[in-house]
Design a protein around this ligand. Structure first.
Ligand SMILES: C[S@@+](CC[C@H](N)C(=O)[O-])C[C@H]1O[C@@H](n2cnc3c(N)ncnc32)[C@H](O)[C@@H]1O
Length: 206
């Protein structure tokens, strides 16, 4: 679909949405007033406004929010049940981003050797650091499958509005959307349910 067709489709969908929420009023004579130009939204939509986290700085230091405030901490660990399921299905060989403490495979790349600077081969597991470098991990996963014969299984937040999702996740061979929220672990604290949905994105050798 061309960009302009996509835009037209989107615009008409938005207009359809506005019309749906527009209310009609009648005067004393029983005649309808002109439709309001501004759409009026039902109360329940207004109530659905997301909760605002106040004082983000101190919340970011709370271990409960570590996964939410991705720039603060990137050491969230994959839930053991997911690790087992992935090992059972794919026989994972290489954890491309981990520490000795968090690696889910015998072979792993740590920040000291920089997983992004290494060659990815075989069946790789990737639960990447979040934040703005996530796109580089997705690019490497995609390219390793395209040119290096690697299979890369990625556990990522299902952020379907991001550039990295559109540039790389959508080129994957398979995407599995996880029902419910994962409870990621953390080396220094108990895990908490993530405040976002997750997906398994699979790149296979081309
Ligand atoms: C989200 S955790 C995943 C840990 C583990 N692999 C797992 O699946 O549970 C991301 C890990 O990547 C590591 N990391 C960050 N930058 C890295 C880099 N450049 N190369 C390799 N590992 C890195 C972090 O230390 C952290 O342990």
């Amino acid at each position: 679909m061309s960009r302009s067709t996509a835009l037209r489709t989107l615009t008409s969908q938005v207009q359809a949405l506005d019309i749906k929420f527009t209310t009609q009023s009648f005067g004393e004579d029983g005649q309808p007033f002109a439709l309001p130009t501004q759409p009026m939204h039902p109360e329940k939509l207004i109530k659905a406004t997301p909760v605002t986290v106040k004082n983000c700085k101190s919340a970011a230091n709370d271990s409960k929010f570590r996964v939410l405030f991705s720039a603060v901490d990137n050491t969230h660990t994959t839930p053991p049940a997911v690790v087992k399921a992935m090992h059972d299905e794919f026989e994972l060989e290489l954890d491309v981003c981990a520490t000795k403490q968090t690696a889910v495979c015998k072979h792993y790349y740590s920040p000291e050797v920089d997983g992004l600077a290494q060659e990815w081969t075989g069946v790789c597991w990737m639960n990447p650091p979040y934040g703005k470098e996530l796109i580089r991990w997705m690019e490497k996963a995609y390219l390793s499958a395209q040119h290096n014969g690697a299979t890369v299984i990625c556990l990522v937040p299902a952020r379907t509005d991001t550039k990295w999702w559109h540039d790389y996740a959508l080129k994957a061979d398979e995407i599995r959307f996880i029902k419910g929220r994962l409870k990621f672990g953390h080396p220094n604290s108990k895990g908490n349910a993530a405040p976002f949905p997750s997906a398994i994105v699979i790149f296979r050798p081309q």
